[in-house]
Design a protein around this ligand. Sequence first.
Ligand code: F6R
Length: 610
Amino acid sequence: MCGIIGAVSSSNVLPVLLDGLKRLEYRGYDSSGLAIIDQPGKFLRLRAPGKLVELERTVSANGDIDGLTGIAHTRWATHGPPTEQNAHPHISGDRIALVCNGIVENHEDLRIWLTDEGMEFQSETDTEVIVNLIRLHMDRGTDFMSAIRTSIKSLKGAFALGILHADEPGRIIGVRRGSPLIVGIGEDGIYLASDISAMIAQTRKFIVLENGDIVDINRGGMEITNLDGQVQHRDARISDLTPQSMEIGDYRHYMEKEIFEQGQAVSDTLEGRITASRVLEACFGTEADRIFNRTENIQILACGTSYHAGLVAKYWLEDAGMPCQVEIASEFTSRKHPTPNNCLVITLSQSGETIDTLTALDYAKQCGYAHSLAICNVPDSSLVRNSELVFMTHAGPEIGVASTKAFLTQLVALRLLSIVMARKDPSTAQDEADSIRELRELPANVESTLKMNSTIQEIAQQFADKQHALFLARGIHFPIALEGALKLKEISYVHAEAYAAGELKHGPLALVDRDMPVVSVAPNDTQLDKLKSNIEEVRARGGKLIVFADSETRLSSRENLQVINVASVESSIAPIIFTIPLQLLAYHVALIKGTDIDKPRNLAKSVTVE
Ligand code: F6R
């Protein structure tokens, strides 16, 4: 979603802003813009709808641009279409320029009031009310910083802002309320950005702003205060990211790179978390032992792909004797909840900044849920900072919008958790040492499954002229079918639906014909015989099936049934392995369809609006 990069530097900030925007592209956007103070009292503002290349064209057409202070923005349209006029920065009275990530909920009332006060609007955005509000307060005699503070107090919603005053080169004000914002401290300058990746070419030293913080960046350094002007102390940290870890290398897409990094990602997630025979439960936090001992049930909250990881975990946790509910985060907040006793709320998120998940966690706390655990891939993210227990997935940066290695490592984390929870119920008699051995073999199994790539590339051809697909599976693999369908639809735009195979004859069977490919995963588990019957139901109606099957299932190809063998693995880790062919299938179909795989239309990597 929207991304912010700003810089105060001793050299021209234009290259820093353009590089930052490039690095923010992965978040998802549909227009972009920048404003630079190129001479005291004057902004140069350039904006363009569409991809960044359009803005770069506009920049080139403007000849030499030089300035030591600037802000830039990638916009993911919410209020008003992605036009040049709606793109940020928004400027009021030629004096104040502002970029925003987030939403001002009371923008309609404020717009009416500001218009009555004589302010004019150039765009349809909610953001423009903020810049006009600041200017109105300044026109009435308030200084820049006080005008910002007063304005923020009358705004509702979650947002992050970067603000310039044309008469104050060398100064940027950043505001964080809800949406992420960090300050980078470099040798040549100080930077403001939505995430560390945007400034990684300049510095790895950064400060995470807390909600309610206002940072005043100037040539002398910076000061962080709260809305009432009290100074706040925030520690600087050094990021693990390097510019190299963000490079695409020889891969065609980040998604391809991230699929192929999964063996390493799984291994990194396991490292230091298990011994030869035991999960070290302290990997969930120093208080994990005490909290897990009290836990009587679990509520998982997440969105999209992370929600699918939660659905898989329900099977593992309940198998371990731990009652577990899983809910889409945005739905959890839509009703009252009778608060269960000693319930551990688990949030799952790659980014740790998904607003629906953050809001659901807050709501769970208000409802009196006892404890919280975040399983997340981004250190210092809001989710991590708001949770009692934390498990970092160590997948490394995930740039492709479609989540792949983050999902696999979430599954690994949840598998570890279910092994720990199984200790509470001796009747489940899970052999922890066996489970650990299976996990230790997992990275090698992931690597060998990735060798199916060329076979899947050929199978993908069958989707070249298809508009729809069905995914079927049973039991713990039903969420894997959901995930396979989500991957296919989001990156190839082929309409795909997943069903629990038992549901087929209760409705979706009506859709089956020669033009509807049906994809299924068939592990060698207790559900296999029933799944085989469901496969036959499809064949009997002329449907064409592609089945990824454990090599021990003895399923074989015949008319309208193409079976692709997947190496046989223990059923406890099968969902992790069976995810991989479905990711590869989605990737190759999208390649054939020629879509923008890493930045699918309309989607954003970090979903920071509700
Ligand atoms: C799909 C995908 C999304 C995210 C969802 C939640 O491939 O990536 O469905 O899973 O937006 O994001 P996080 O995990 O960052 O909370």
